[in-house]
Design a protein around this ligand. Structure first.
Ligand code: ATP
Ligand code: MG
Length: 269
């Protein structure tokens, strides 16, 4: 389908020989915003890493299709150049690499063309202004000595400049103060506004979602997507937690059942 962005079909993923994800299926269309929620240790970050092609996360079965191409076996670098972006739950510090140089080089790889310095500076300053980041951060080593919240802003800054086709945001809102959540949300809104790219937002909180339009919500428990619904599912989780979904995960696990993906919905077989 022309507007299909990401198609995950029955993905099982192991880390150090332990299976963490068991047959996860998910479809994101261009312009859609999906939310992934679930208890700690459910496998949400694992899904993010596996989609991004982190070699520590071994795909033991299933397929990942991105913009009509099969991604299994492709390197993280290739996936990034093709337009996948993962904002890490715990962004890494990279001494010796300036934030601005890193972003410019990533932009050049993504665009497969040189990005002129003045043009880059203009875009960088505009995005930094939106995120209320001081310009001096561009001349600091990537994330080195950044506070937790500043690291998250630096991830969103990268997203705004790289303009990925699919952005996976792994708890970008965690550890942010009230004002910073609003600022980061503005950045995400800016990315979402022309509805060109897709978003998969992994979160435990609803604050970042307040100003965003959510198309679908998925609940992951024990490495399985046990429920998919619309934005109202976020409210349901807020009200009653994840306990209501635990039985579903036990049932799927005990009977070896999985979710079948039909017409964009996860249906329990
Ligand atoms: N590199 C690894 N080595 C060993 N175990 C791992 C590794 N990565 C993930 N796991 C295990 O996989 C399970 C899922 O972890 P994951 O980080 O994906 O959970 P999560 O849903 O993102 O949780 P949280 O909400 O706390 O971020 C956990 O039990 C975790 O310990
Ligand atoms: Mg996580």
């Amino acid at each position: 389908m022309a507007n299909q962005l990401l198609e995950v079909k029955g993905l099982s993923v192991s880390v150090e020989d332990k299976e963490i994800l068991h047959g996860v299926s998910l479809e994101i269309k261009k312009g859609e915003t999906h939310v992934l929620m679930g208890p700690n240790g459910a496998g949400k970050s694992t899904l993010g890493y596996a989609l991004m092609g982190n070699p520590r996360y071994e795909v033991t079965s299933g397929e990942v299709w991105f913009q009509g191409k099969m991604m299994n076996g492709e390197t993280a670098d290739k996936r990034a150049k093709d337009g996948m972006f993962l904002s890490f739950q715990n962004p890494l510090e990279v001494p010796g690499l300036l934030l601005s140089s890193y972003i410019r080089s990533a932009m050049e790889q993504r665009r497969r063309a040189r990005v002129r310095l003045w043009e880059f500076r203009k875009e960088l300053e505009k995005a930094m202004e939106l995120l209320q980041m001081d310009r001096s951060y561009g001349d600091r080593d990537l994330n080195v000595g950044f506070s937790g919240g500043e690291k998250k802003k630096s991830e969103i800054l990268q997203m705004l400049l790289l303009k990925p086709s699919l952005a996976i945001l792994d708890e970008t809102d965690s550890g942010l103060d009230v004002d910073a959540v609003r600022t980061v949300s503005k950045g995400v809104e800016e990315y979402q506004k022309d509805r060109k790219g897709g978003l998969l937002i992994i979160t435990h909180s609803t604050r970042i979602l307040e100003s965003l339009e959510v198309d679908k919500t998925h609940i992951m428990v024990d490495g399985r997507i046990v429920k998919t619904g619309d934005a109202s599912l976020v409210e349901q989780v807020n009200r009653s937690g994840f306990e209501q979904f635990l039985d579903q995960a036990d049932k799927q696990s005990a009977y070896g059942e999985g979710m079948e993906h039909r017409d964009g919905k996860n249906i329990c077989r």
